[in-house]
Design a protein. Structure first.
Length: 116
C-alpha cells in the first residue's frame, strides 16, 4: 500500500497550488479520501474529505470556499485544489485513505509554504 503526495511548494499569499495523492496497493474507489495538515507546534487537522461512490465532500471551516477536493478513481488519485492561499495555510499536508473501521493509510506528506 502506498500513498504519495505531489504538488507542494512555496507560493505567495493569494496564490494557488494543486496537491495530488497517487494511491496504489488497494482498491482506491472503495476508500474515503482525506487531506490533513499539520503546522509546526500544532496538531494535525482535517482539511477536506471526499467519500467513495457518491463523492460527498466536507471541509474545515478555515478552507471553505478556497479549497476543493476531488477524486479520479480511474487514476487512483485524490486532488486538493487550493486557491487564495493564506499565511496560515502553511503546513505539511498529508493524504489519508480510509475504509471506515477497517483500514487507514497515510502518505508521508508534502510541504506547503505560503510566504511573501
Amino acid at each position: 500500500v502506498q500513498l504519495v503526495e505531489y504538488g507542494g511548494g512555496l507560493v505567495q499569499p493569494g496564490g494557488s497550488l494543486r496537491l495530488s495523492c497517487v494511491a496504489s496497493g488497494f482498491t482506491f474507489s472503495r476508500y474515503r479520501m482525506s487531506w490533513y495538515r499539520q503546522a509546526p507546534g500544532k496538531e494535525r487537522e482535517l482539511v477536506a474529505q471526499i467519500t467513495s461512490a457518491a463523492g460527498n465532500t466536507n471541509y474545515a471551516d478555515s478552507v471553505k470556499g478556497r479549497f476543493t477536493i476531488s477524486r479520479d478513481d480511474a487514476k487512483n488519485t485524490a486532488l486538493l485544489q487550493m486557491d487564495n492561499l493564506r499565511f496560515e495555510d502553511t503546513a505539511l499536508y498529508y493524504c489519508n485513505a480510509q475504509l471506515p473501521f477497517m483500514y487507514d493509510y497515510w502518505g508521508r506528506g508534502t510541504q506547503v509554504t505560503v510566504s511573501s
